[in-house]
Design a protein around this ligand. Structure first.
Ligand code: ADP
Length: 487
């Protein structure tokens, strides 16, 4: 067995703001049977502590970056957790990263340095009877892990850094460096220094043994300035150890045949049952109970997600006879743009703001088209859920959207392999064309149904990617996956 410690700032179903939580929550289970045991280190936010009854204390710290803390191990929802319980750092309301006013917590550098430092201590054998061979760090919040390991005393401990989104890099002023518990020479280009300050994601990308990102297309894109966002040079330098491993989804949590969030469950052969879900979605979003195409968005409402492109096309969609249901929250300006469309088009456009996991399932089960018009998309999970639920994805041709949706162009339609609609570049006019193309496809009921069915059958599970991660871990510690499965 290979022991891997996964370090993450969020994990489904305990705490989630986006796709990272889904991935961190699903990967340990997906790896079972492939010779890997994965434990997960997460901060003890209130939502996590509330679920950890019966956990046992396995370590304590009198001075964890100036505060007290302890590690509590426990099993929750099938996850083997090690929770960093440090109330002064994590016992705060709301979102893991921002305060009630929407600003980043000013001590985020410390909150996530502490998490990363503790991970490296675990790697050094802090807890009796537990010694991970590989630490898998996710995103900038765990970006210092590879640095602590590189500058620490264990030559055998290996690290994997996964970038879920290059747009969030965790950069701070140089003045924090003295408090990071790293040696002086770590403040260098080979270490944590980044444009004169400290870069957590940069440190991870620089110091990890292997860097992965969440789709093959994104792994290529981030070597260019537009997508690398400052890290492209570094990624190019180490391109032989940068891999794209596509995310999968939790096939049990997202299963239209059993999903309790649906008004009616269904399979690829009982697709007519989706109608009850469509009606429930229309009701939830204040839409007329109409029969035309129902487009939907389930997303953070941000520039990355192309919500401005969507907003600019709402009048066109309505004029063409479509309805639109938007579930999401984010930038006030974009939220307002969608809200004003709901006022222009009552009964045709609906908006539900806030985060609502249950409603997100219903929307996948009832809408006809799921729109993901992102400007960049490392992997994207929404389109994977859509495929699984027979909700046809309409996506921009970037990152993981490019790798997971087969565009309904003429050749793909003839070969009967299309699963959705792609457009490029991410512009208002290209999206308008894609909307018209989607409506034309929808009008051909028989071929639309076939496309839905193909989506439902496409492999969006973790099977292939979990095996790939297992292989990466094994190669890092000099094993083949077969050896590890035998242990
Ligand atoms: P990102 O992580 O960049 O936000 P992903 O597509 O990888 O994008 O993952 C988004 C996840 O968050 C999906 O599981 C999606 O269903 C969910 N999600 C986004 N917004 C909402 C919302 N308002 N309510 C419920 N779920 C949401």
């Amino acid at each position: 067995m290979i022991e891997v410690l996964s370090v993450t700032s969020e994990v489904y179903p305990l705490i989630k703001t986006g796709g990272l939580a889904d991935v961190a929550g699903a990967l340990p289970g997906a790896l079972s049977g492939s010779g890997v045991t994965m434990r997960t280190l997460v901060p003890g936010y209130p939502a996590v502590m509330a679920r950890l009854s019966g956990g046992r204390e396995v370590a304590s710290f009198a001075d964890l970056f100036g505060v007290r803390g302890r590690l509590v191990a426990g099993r929750v929802d099938g996850l083997d957790l090690i929770v960093l319980d440090a109330p002064a750092l994590y016992d705060r309301p709301g979102n893991p990263y921002v305060g009630p006013e929407g600003w980043d917590w000013p001590d985020n550098w410390k909150r996530f340095a502490a998490l990363s430092w503790v991970a490296s201590e675990l790697g050094l054998g802090l807890v009796e009877g537990y010694r991970p061979q590989v630490i898998h760090a996710h995103d900038w919040q765990a970006g210092l892990v590879p640095a602590y390991v590189k500058y620490g005393p264990s030559p055998t401990l290996k690290t994997v850094m996964t970038v879920h989104n290059m747009a969030f890099q965790g950069t701070f002023g140089a003045e924090i460096f003295g408090q990071l518990r790293l040696p002086e020479h770590a403040f260098s280009v080979e270490g944590v220094e980044y444009y004169g300050g400290v870069g957590y994601l940069k440190a991870g990308v620089e110091c990890a043994d292997v860097v992965t990102t969440v789709s093959p297309s994104y792994a290529g894109e981030i070597r260019t300035p537009a997508f690398g966002m400052g890290l492209e040079g570094l990624l190019n330098n180490r391109s032989a150890t940068v891999f794209g491993v596509l995310n999968g989804i939790d096939m049990d949590a997202w299963n239209p045949a059993t999903d309790p969030a649906l008004a009616q469950t269904y399979t690829a052969s009982t697709m007519q049952n989706r109608l009850a879900n469509k009606r429930a979605v229309q009701e939830a979003f204040g839409l007329d109970q109409a029969d035309g195409p129902l487009f939907a968005v389930v997303s953070r409402l941000t520039w990355q997600k192309g919500i401005d492109l969507l907003a600019a096309n709402i009048d066109l969609m309505v004029a063409e006879g479509a309805q639109l249901a938007v579930l999401g929250s984010g930038d006030a300006e974009l939220e307002n743009a969608v809200r004003s469309a709901t006022m222009r088009h009552p009964g045709r456009v609906g908006l539900v703001t806030g985060y609502n996991e249950k409603l997100s399932h219903l929307v996948q089960g009832g809408a006809d088209v799921m729109m993901v018009p992102s400007r960049f998309e490392p992997c994207g999970l929404t389109q994977l859920y859509a495929l699984r639920y027979g909700c046809v994805p309409l996506v921009s041709r970037v990152g993981g959207l490019n790798d997971t949706v087969i565009d309904a162009n003429v050749a793909a339609l003839q070969a009967e392999v299309a699963t959705g609609v792609q457009f490029a570049p991410p512009s208002e006019t290209a999206l308008a064309d894609a909307i018209r193309r989607t409506l034309a496809l929808y009008a051909d009921e028989k071929s639309w149904k076939k496309m839905q069915r193909r989506g439902m059958k496409s492999d969006v599970s973790w099977a292939t990617s979990a095996a790939r991660y297992a292989q990466l871990y094994a190669s890092l510690i000099g094993l083949s996956t077969d050896d590890s499965a035998d242990d």
